[in-house]
Design a protein around this ligand. Sequence first.
Ligand code: NFE
Ligand code: MG
Length: 594
Amino acid sequence: MTRVVVDPLTRIEGHLRVSTEVNANGEITDAQSSGMLFRGMERILVNRDPRDASRFTQRVCGICPTAQGMASVNALDDLYEVADQIPKDALVTRNIIQSINTMASHATHIYVLWGPDLVNPAYRDLLATVEGTGSVVWKELLSRFAPISYKLNGESITPGTAYINAIKEKKNLEEAMAVIGGKMPHQMATVTGGVTYRPNLADIGTLTGHYYKLMDFVNSSTLGVNAQTWLDNTYRASSPQKAVNFLLEHLQNLVDKSLSSNDFSFSAGWGDLELLSAFGSELIGEKTLGLPASLKIDKTGGYAEDANIGFLTYGAFYDVENGDGYDPVGFGQSAFQQAAFINSSFEKKAFDHKYVTEETSHGFYSSDDALHPYDGVTEPLTTASEITYEGGSDSRYSWIKAPRYNGTPCEVGPISRLIAMEEPLTMGMMQVFADNGYSAVNSFTRMVAKAQELLILAEQFLKWVTVDLDPNGKYFVNPDLDNAKDSKGIGLWEAPRGALGHWVKAGSDLKITNYQMVVPTTWNCSPRDANGVAGPLEQALIGTKISAAENALGVDNTNPTGILHTARSFDPCIACAVHTIDLTDKARTSRTFN
Ligand code: NFE
Ligand code: MG
């Protein structure tokens, strides 16, 4: 048994430590996910004017500030009892703001944070074992996903086109955010009661222009199928099987064409689904690139068959067809992306926030009861000797609390949302894996759901901007601030990375007495709970091979691609730092990964 620790795990937001036990076959048999920083934002808010929350909470994070601000204004709309009056045009504007943030976050994650995993030296070595196409595919991967210019065997490789294009695309989307929100991060338009900026006709034109720029990014890369056709045949397919068939036929054509011309230089973007396919699954890989079995790469990040796991979404984007107002507690049921709890057999149940709890029996906090967020407590341990990450799964080992839904750890994010929507391509791809004896949810299907969601949201964004937005509409109602007296409010929303809830309570002086945020990465990177049940990332790691290329190259504990791919497929947000790995858990041996 070898202990393999990646700390900090890079190309994510924040400081995450993953500690694993690996057996002689290279299989991960135990895992702990540790959040390494305490921010104390919840405590900072106590005794402040509740309206400060929607400004302060945007400072939680640089990539999902918009979502924090949105969850917060939802909680404040409830606290000040104005949720049922928020004008439709304000709801449309909030939807537009959030969709921009989610699309930018997804493009960044796919190509800048996750994509470079595909140029790990393990894949070069693996591809070198493939005659013919191997070296062509490796060069193609480099030209798309390499984050920097560097020399390879004396040859200069320029930075990846997909990587660079995604950074440019993020700029495009952040400029779109500035049209309404003034700036990014920390857009300034959303307040309780509505929004403070009334978009004008010129803004609608400008936002439409940003949409077409986004479509250039997408369409330049769909290899002959534009986004509309893609969605017609997948998102709007009459069955999951039809969606998968479309994908596979499309990919096969491309591959045949590429193999016959020995030219793999598809432009970057959606065509990369094809490469993701080849690297995500032997099933899809054989069917598409026609690569030999030696190139099989283990799927990473799936769940055990009897896993104690659920999939959760609070629902996102107000239903603007309903006119003014929304129901803060049940709004997810009428949202564009619906609220749901999905169990491990993929049965969909109605979501009820009363089942949400957090506990800290394995976290560095002094209150261990499982508490509903209205009653949540954030009391950090302050004695240095109590804060150690090396005690194993029975100890306290993380700053992340353990959220549970009716006692069940839940994965949140694009895949949970798309399962709740019964999105055909996602459901179809999951079925392909399940039919072949694999976990339906895994690193690959997580990425497919994310890419698909970006396109779905782009289409929705255009509708909100060009059909729903009314420059002559109403954008704000004045909240009665006295309504906060001894009151409480709930803000349910979906951040790019998944279900995001804010809960606020105020006292007789109209000041905050408790503010609790349960964020997506709290769910996904949760430590164990009092029953010893591991969090989603921990469960996804256990059973995954430490080196994804293990089939062809053997076990390599010094390049734990299995840990990296799995963790990054969850898109964790905990600020990026140096890449280090500790193989002994005692002497910290530093190694650099891309
Ligand atoms: Ni900091 Fe976030 C998102 C939220 S954390 S990125 O998306 O909420 O999981
Ligand atoms: Mg919290």
